[in-house]
Write a protein that binds this ligand. Structure first.
Ligand code: PMP
Length: 462
């Protein structure tokens, strides 16, 4: 092309994406699989700079309990801005913080709330995980930690060491009750009970090589680990085992909290009362906020033992208090449970029609579809090898159809759905219609891992 010829201007969004890939770190994540440039959003819907609209089933990795820009959240933020209140206050007392803490305590299991202390830790979930570890180490004078295979607790050093992907770690790893890929080959309640017994024997066997730990951390439903709900009976066993041995139990509700699983807190399903609960994501109403709430007996910190500049985000506290109050007043936790159960039923029918779905599972509006090698034989427990290539193809096909989903799980082969708790029945149907269509298209175009020709539905050819 001659230099004098007019080059059509690339659409603005293409330039933005190109500059992002040139300037931002190679560690960027969602930006790679979701090449969109959001410019407007409301509820479930995001509008890109290219004018396309998407149904957002990622919800800020489970942050947006009320979806994007909910009116009560915007109103709460505007009220603080218009009031002239200081936006930066370190950890000083303010009416906004007081109201947030009161609202949060009203939602917590009563037994914990009555004797609770709260520590405002800093902006991210991982900060709160670090604080929880430091707290239990100070309180017990012990050092070791227990965590579970497949866990995800964050990206700072200690949180990462307690996560499933850790490479160098002194954290003792315990089996999580993953029904579909049960480490004991049994699955169900029996598999969960064997996992509990393994934990118990490590603690009680003086030659297990596991020193008495400062604490145990677990997720009631593993999120990034592939949407794996732990049975309530297993959670109760973990509570009994830790309580009987004076081991503080830290429950990470960063992703499961604020109604997501069909109860306000996921621990409410089993009725267990943790010693420490780690909270972030939805409690900030889409803005950064992270806290730990813990039993007052653990509060042996010295003044300043855990400090930080950004612990007083007034806008996040206001947005978070409004979110907590709205979920509570409108029973959105119950709604998430009911709608999630209906969506799971539809996903079950999808699984019945597609060989490539190993399992669908979830709790409330935290749903996962595990994609597996459709040609491989099942192992003794009925599980087949994961198919991450197909999962990536499904995610891309979803995006083509205006549906934002992300992947999780050990092999990034679990398609995860984390819609806002405010979605209507029609929106839930639209999400599942697009997912079903994307799955059919991806199966048609993606060969199986063992190189077989693509097939579509069970018993049919493309
Ligand atoms: N814990 C859990 C259960 C999480 O899902 C996450 C984030 N996905 C974290 C901790 C870390 O939170 P953040 O990314 O805000 O550090």
């Amino acid at each position: 092309m001659a230099l004098t010829e007019t080059v059509p201007a690339a659409p603005a969004h293409e330039g933005i994406l190109r500059r992002q890939s040139l300037r931002e770190s190679a560690a960027r994540t969602y930006a790679r699989s979701l090449p969109i440039v959001p410019v407007r959003a409301r509820g479930l819907t995001i509008e890109g700079a290219d004018g396309r609209r998407y149904l957002d089933c990622l919800s800020g990795a489970g942050t947006l309990a009320l979806g994007h820009n909910h009116p009560v959240v915007l109103e709460a933020i505007r009220t603080v801005l218009d009031s002239g209140a200081p936006l930066h206050v370190l950890d000083l007392a303010t009416p906004v913080k007081d109201a947030f803490t009161t609202e949060l305590f009203a939602t917590l299991p009563r037994e914990l709330a009555e004797k609770a202390r709260i520590q405002f830790c800093g902006p991210a979930g991982t900060d709160a995980v670090e604080a929880a570890f430091k707290l239990v180490r100070t309180a017990t004078g012990r050092d070791g930690l227990m965590a579970f295979s497949g866990a995800y607790h964050g990206m700072t050093a200690e949180a990462l060491a307690a996560s499933g992907g850790a490479q160098h770690t002194s954290v003792v790893r315990l089996p999580y009750p993953y029904d579909y890929r049960c480490p004991f080959g049994t699955g169900g309640e029996r598999g969960a009970e064997l996992a509990a017994r393994w934990t118990q024997s490590l603690l009680d066997d003086h030659k297990s090589g596991v020193p008495h730990p400062a604490g145990m951390i677990l997720e009631p439903v593993q999120g990034e680990g592939g949407v794996i709900p732990a049975p309530d009976s297993w959670l109760r066993r973990m509570r009994e085992i830790t309580a009987a041995r004076q081991i503080p139990l830290i429950v990470d509700e960063v992703q499961t909290g604020v109604g997501r699983t069909g109860a306000f807190w996921a621990v409410d399903h089993s009725g267990i009362v943790p010693d420490v609960i780690v909270l972030s994501k939805a409690i900030g109403g889409s803005l950064p906020l992270a806290v730990i709430v813990y039993h007052e007996e653990l509060d042996s910190w010295q003044p300043g033992a855990h400090a930080g500049t950004f612990r007083g985000n007034q806008l996040a506290m206001a947005a978070g208090a409004a979110t907590l109050a709205y979920v509570r007043a409108n029973g959105l936790d119950r709604r998430a449970g009911e709608l999630g159960a209906r969506m799971l039923t539809r996903l079950d029918s999808l699984a019945a029609a597609h060989d490539c779905i190993g399992e669908v599972r979830g709790r409330g509006l935290m749903l996962g579809v595990e994609l597996v090698d459709r040609d491989a034989d099942a192992d003794a427990t009925g599980a087949r090898p994961a198919d991450p290539r197909l999962a990536a193809a499904v995610r891309d096909a979803c995006l083509d159809r205006g549906l934002i989903v992300e992947l999780g799980g050990r092999h990034s082969a679990v398609v995860r759905l984390l819609p806002p708790l405010t979605i209507t029945d029609e929106q839930a149907d639209a999400i599942l219609d697009r997912l079903a269509d994307a799955l059919t298209a991806a199966v048609r175009t993606t060969p199986g891992p063992t190189g077989s020709s693509p097939t579509t539905m069970r018993g049919t050819t493309p």
